[in-house]
Design a protein around this ligand. Structure first.
Ligand SMILES: [Zn+2]
Length: 109
């Protein structure tokens, strides 16, 4: 049985992290406000152009949408069920990727 509160907290935490990442990306894109964090700067500079920043931004947005979707599934009691085969998703997998929609075997298809 899944502990919904545990995963709800996990997802809310993750959501906050991704939102912060998006904020940082935006600061970088608009060259405004606070200096971006060093690690982020290095990441972007290392690959050489702003395209990377936009890619990171769109990845973060996809992740954020997935997280919000997972939070909704918790509210609707649909959380932790594979949307391909309908079995319960492995606990270990949920702990690694709390917003996953598929079980391990469906994900590797
Ligand atoms: Zn499955």
């Amino acid at each position: 049985m899944i502990n919904k509160n545990e995963f709800n907290d996990l997802l809310l935490n993750l959501k906050k992290q991704v939102e912060e990442r998006i904020d940082k990306t935006h600061e970088h894109i608009h060259h405004s406000g606070e200096p971006v964090s060093k690690s982020f700067d290095e990441q972007a500079a290392g690959r050489g152009n702003d395209e990377v920043v936009y890619t990171l931004d769109s990845l973060a947005r996809t992740e954020l949408a997935d997280i919000e979707d997972a939070i909704k599934r918790i509210e609707n009691n649909e959380y932790g069920i594979c949307n391909k085969c309908g079995v319960e998703i492995e606990m270990e997998r949920l702990k690694t990727i709390p917003y996953t929609r598929t079980c391990k075997s469906c994900a590797s298809d």
